[in-house]
Design a binder for this molecule. Structure first.
Ligand code: PLP
Length: 362
């Protein structure tokens, strides 16, 4: 009997490509003739080193990174990056701008302030419950960096184009849209992304840092919190989360070889998002919560006419093998997370179900 698999709309941890899961299963007891599982092998072995180096190489290729960029796989999730970014780059006398577009940006700002750093909230969309991405932002001249959240997992908004910050490096939390579309990485000083949304299991965070910023890292920081240490040790200063890195490497390989790169991935993601948003816009029953020009192609947030109907919708969807449609506990409503591994068929199945639910309850 083949295992039961549902249509997975979870926000994170989230769906992974089936072929990746099957490959993990097939080589779990004997990784590449080693006679050991990848979870039993030394991280200093040739087997693991190949995995890590392939993950780094594919990240560079998929994003067209030049040699100034260092690719790291760290622990502590995106949440530790909220603190590591200001700790490493903002010494006394320096300042940085933050754009507040939702729950995760708010947490990044909170960490910087907790550390006593001099930061400024250059723009915020809090006035309308983060339903939009701010435009025409005036950034502080001479700031050390500008921090943004490229996709707002909880509020369902996404930067369509990144802001022009001149010579000030952009730093982005891309946890929930990393590798979903191509972009000009050359404008960024640092990018970070917890793996468990769009590129693997929990336990590893991708960090891409431009080498000129490493000059700012203070000597006095604890060793594990210094980016330069992880660059000098190829993410192996201490034992890395081997299984999470391995899974992420297989997902990157899938993106590279099976999907065919980020242009192709972006086209698929656009088609998926269009299907759902068109249906919502045509319905009068469902209501999207994000402004049209700020909508996320990864997390689609919507409401039904009442909370009772939302409960019923989520329960009936579950009964039809569609999981993860409940909105984040802080906002309520519904959310369909349609990351890279959630395919067009899953999205079409959801749209058909939504139409049917509307006709029975509208
Ligand atoms: C999930 C998420 C986080 C938190 O990630 P952790 O890896 O759990 O720390 C941060 N930012 C964004 C945009 C997220 O979606």
């Amino acid at each position: 009997m083949s295992p039961k698999r549902i249509y997975n709309f979870n926000a994170g941890p989230a769906a992974l490509p089936r072929s990746v899961l099957e490959q993990i299963q097939s080589e779990f007891l004997d990784f590449k003739g080693s006679g050991m599982s990848i979870t039993e092998i030394s991280h200093r072995s040739k087997w693991f080193e190949e995995v890590l180096n392939d993950a780094v190489a594919r990240t560079k290729r998929l994003l067209n990174l030049d040699d100034r960029y260092k690719v790291l796989f760290l622990q502590g999730g995106a949440s530790l990056q909220f603190a590591m970014v200001p700790m490493n780059f903002l010494s006394d006398g320096r300042t940085a701008d933050y754009v507040n577009t939702g729950t995760w940006s708010t947490k990044a700002i909170k960490e910087a302030k907790l550390l006593g750093k001099n930061i400024k909230v250059a723009a915020s969309s809090e006035d309308r419950n983060f339903a939009y991405i701010p435009k025409n932002i005036r950034f502080t001249p001479g700031a050390t960096y500008v921090h943004i959240t490229s996709n707002n997992t909880i509020k369902g908004t996404q930067w369509a184009d990144f802001p022009d910050t001149g010579t000030v490096p952009l730093i982005a939390d891309m946890s929930s849209d990393m590798f979903s579309r191509p972009f000009d990485a050359g404008r960024f000083g640092l990018i970070y992304a917890g793996a468990q949304k769009n590129m693997g299991p929990a336990g590893v965070c991708l960090v891409i840092v431009r080498e000129d910023l490493l000059k700012l890292v203070p000597e006095t920081l604890p060793t594990m919190l210094r980016y330069i240490i992880h660059v000098e040790n190829n993410s192996m200063y201490n034992t890395p989360p081997c299984f999470s890195v391995y899974t992420a490497q297989l997902v990157l390989k899938w993106l590279d070889e099976t999907i065919g790169g980020l242009d192709k991935m972006a086209r698929i993601n656009q088609a998926k998002g269009d299907l759902i948003y068109r249906m919502i816009d045509d319905s009068g029953f469902y209501r999207g919560t994000a402004d049209a020009d700020s909508r996320s192609l990864m997390n689609i947030t919507f409401r039904l006419p009442s909370e009772e109907l939302e409960k019923k919708f989520i329960a009936e969807a579950q009964g039809n093998d569609m999981g993860g449609l409940k909105g984040h506990r802080s906002v309520g409503g519904c959310r369909a997370s349609i990351y890279n591994a959630t395919d067009l068929k899953a999205v079409q199945t959801l749209v058909d179900f939504m139409k049917q639910f509307e006709s029975q309850n509208g």
